[in-house]
Design a protein around this ligand. Sequence first.
Ligand code: TRP
Ligand code: SF4
Length: 327
Amino acid sequence: MSTRVLSGTRPTGKLHLGNLLGALENYKKLQGQDAFFMIADLHALTTGYEDKVKIAENVNEVVVDYLASGLDPEQCTMFVQSEVLEHASLSLLFSMITPLGWLERNPTYKEQLAEIKGKELHTHGFLGYPVLQAADIALYKAKKVPVGEDQLPHLELTREIIRRFFHLYKKQIFPEPEAVLTHAPKVLGLDGRKMSKSYGNCIYLADSKEEVVKKVKTMMTDPARKVRTDKGHPEVCPVFSYHKFFNKERVEGVAHECRNALRGCVECKMEMAEKLNEFMDPIRERRESWMKKKTEIRQILDRGAQRAREVASQTLKETLQAMGLVS
Ligand code: TRP
Ligand code: SF4
């Protein structure tokens, strides 16, 4: 028996290594199961409703990045959230039973309100972000949700809404989903903070070899290592965290040489950039080739939305029935 899997990515632009290592690696592992991967364009609207950029253009970027990372449309269902209207419907139904306090207490909500400046985010839609996400998951009765660590509070809220639904209507329509984390649920950016588009510290899947080298050169290292003869602490160095992924066979040597001041940070970075580029090369090639296939991509998404609707409309029907709107 294969397990139903669902996850989503907000189309806020090109995907970065944090997206890839934090979640997409698990998408790939799970894609042979009954998997749905969604481009969450409605979620992008919750914070980006004023932006001049067309979300639809970013949708295309994300699909290209999905395909370049190795997701295979023959093995999984890729679709765009707003093309499956059931998401909006179930979100509205869930909003009826979700206490405001749950949403106001959501740590992600509080954090983002504090961090994102210059935008009016005291909106119904932004507060209700997790309700829409719960609907995304519940519509497909998904049991597994591959995500990064930052999504754990949203998964918990999803389970709470599902439990409340059962408590109120005594119908077990939705299983309680669990998060599937990768080995690298949190990837560090160039400045040592979590890699995030809003921090401007990302390496993008679309970056050229040269860009990667240039960015790695600017990367933060162990701040205690001021001169070449200072002994380093690899465990606090973001560059070292990359060696752990991309230079596995040399990682112990790198740590030893760093600790004993036997290597300089510049050469250390160059070695890492080279390994990282080796890892990214096949992704770049696939990216190039999918960029030219706009029609094929549209077909993949059309087929995806159709398949998603089949499942989603059935679940919505059951939900309307349980809530007494259909007899
Ligand atoms: N909130 C997720 C993010 O920012 C994206 C998302 C939307 C999602 N709906 C989802 C993830 C459903 C998992 C399941 O990354
Ligand atoms: Fe980091 Fe490498 Fe410098 Fe050590 S030698 S601090 S691991 S960049």
